[in-house]
Structures are given as structure tokens and as C-alpha cells.
Ligand binder design. Structure first.
Ligand code: 4GX
Length: 247
């Protein structure tokens, strides 16, 4: 098994379909990744299986209790002592392609999904190795964020994308946006595929794709362009793009 994911959640059913379709489904079948859910409620010890409680000091909402989470994490770690524990929260480090790649080098991730107003601070202090945010917006829980992390991380595991492709080749890896893609028909309601793509001239096609990647990036994500490593040819193409925009 290349990589294991254990998801600690109050809503394990949320994970049944999204991670088992398409590419990740194939990766599971091939034994490249293993995804399991652990229901935090199974680690309560009271009759009513209470997982949350009111916050000390007062205030709105409920806080997830520390003991069931501690026992759930410990149950996973009993089999896998070296597992790396991630808590999904808007307060975490922003998820980025580089962070996804680094996480893919871990043999085993535990993803802790919080609900309500989050977890008791002592979970973060003593049980969590790293806090990650998937973006500056507020979800109803960490479950969707955990799925995003699993998806982005799994793409880096050799074999997941198929033998002829790797996440390292993605243009995002080179900090540029992708070039536009086309398939048949050549003319859709008067919108034509660029002539060069039909030409069979592979060097002209490569040059066009590089230029369009640069164009998309300069138009939509100038912040990425500023960080990109550009060749002399890239700079020439960018000058052409600038001139075209003045016409
Ligand atoms: N990227 N959420 C965590 C519970 C919570 C509430 C308050 C800490 C403080 C999110 C995100 C995210 C919703 C997961 C709130 N935790 N997770 N949850 N954005 O919005 O990762």
C-alpha cells in the first residue's frame, strides 16, 4: 500500500461516493491508496454518545469534546504509530500544490474533520501535527476540505494518474495556468479551433500552447506569473501578447 488515509468524522457516509469514483476509485482498486473512515461517535463512553458540549466562558454553538477525538486518534495510531495528523480549519496553513506534494510523502495521514464551532483547543495542542485550510471561506464542517486534501495529495502518488502522466508535469507545477484545450468538431456554431492545432506542426503547436498558457496566466493570475521561472523565449512571447493587447 503506497498511502493510507484515515478520516475522523461524525459523518462517515459523506465519503462513500466522492472518493470512490473515477481516478481515485481506480487507485483504491489498484491498492495505491487506502481510504477509511472512523466515526468519532464510536469513541464516546457515555450512554447518549455525546460528542459536543457548550463552550466554557459562554457563547454561541457547541465545541467538539476532546476525549472521543483523543481515543479515535489513538485507535488509529495503535496500529500506525507514525501516522501524521492533520486538522482541517480556516485557521490552518493554506493548501497549495507544494504542500500537497509534501503530504504525499507521508505513508499515513489522519484527517480530523471538525463540526460546529470546532474542536476543544487541547486537541490541537496535543494531538494534531499540522493544521491546513483549503481556502478563505467557511464550510459547515471539515469533511469537504478533507476530500479536497485527499484528492490533491493522491494525484502525486505514482500510478494514480496512469503510467504516462504525473502531477509534476501539470502546468500549475510550473506556476502557470494550463493552455486552452479543444476536441472535435473543428467548427462549433462558428467558433473554430485554432488553425495551428490542426496543422500537425508539433513545434508550432508547442510554441502556441506555451504562449496561450502565458496569456491566460497574465490575464487571470498575474500573481502566478510574477513567481514563474521564465525563459528568454517566454519573455519574447509575453512581449508579443502585450503588443497584441494594444491592437
Ligand atoms: N478549510 N471548516 C472546520 C470547524 C471549525 C470552526 C471554527 C475551527 C474553528 C475549512 C476550510 C472550514 C469549517 C472546517 C469549520 N474549526 N476547513 N470547521 N475553509 O471552513 O479547511
Amino acid at each position: 500500500m503506497r498511502m493510507k488515509f484515515d478520516i475522523l468524522t461524525l459523518f462517515p457516509n459523506m465519503f462513500s461516493s466522492p472518493l470512490r469514483e473515477s481516478i481515485l476509485g481506480k487507485a483504491i482498486e489498484k491498492g495505491l491508496i487506502q481510504i477509511r473512515t472512523v466515526n468519532i461517535r464510536d469513541f464516546t463512553s457515555d450512554k447518549h454518545q455525546v460528542v459536543d458540549d457548550t463552550p466554557y466562558g459562554g457563547g454561541q454553538g457547541m465545541v467538539m469534546k476532546v476525549e472521543p477525538i483523543a481515543r479515535a486518534i489513538e485507535s488509529v495510531k495503535a496500529q500506525n504509530p507514525s501516522a501524521w495528523t492533520v486538522y482541517l480549519t480556516p485557521q490552518g496553513k493554506p493548501l497549495h500544490q507544494d504542500l500537497a506534494r509534501r503530504l504525499s510523502t507521508q505513508p499515513h495521514l489522519i484527517l480530523l474533520c471538525g463540526r460546529y464551532e470546532g474542536v476543544d483547543e487541547r486537541v490541537r495542542e496535543s494531538l494534531v501535527d499540522e493544521e491546513i485550510s483549503i481556502g478563505d471561506y467557511v464550510l459547515t464542517g471539515g469533511e469537504l476540505a478533507a476530500m479536497v486534501v485527499i484528492d490533491a495529495v493522491s494525484r502525486f502518488i505514482p500510478g494514480v494518474l496512469g503510467s504516462d502522466r504525473s502531477a509534476e508535469e501539470d502546468s500549475f507545477y510550473n506556476s502557470l495556468l494550463e493552455y486552452p484545450q479543444y476536441t472535435r468538431p473543428p467548427n462549433f456554431r462558428g467558433h473554430c479551433v485554432p488553425e495551428v492545432l490542426l496543422s500537425g506542426n508539433h513545434s508550432a503547436i508547442s510554441l502556441w500552447r506555451r504562449k496561450e498558457a502565458l496569456r491566460q496566466t497574465s490575464l487571470r493570475r498575474p500573481d502566478l506569473l510574477a513567481k514563474a521561472e521564465l525563459t528568454e523565449e517566454d519573455k519574447k512571447l509575453l512581449e508579443e501578447i502585450l503588443k497584441e493587447n494594444f491592437n
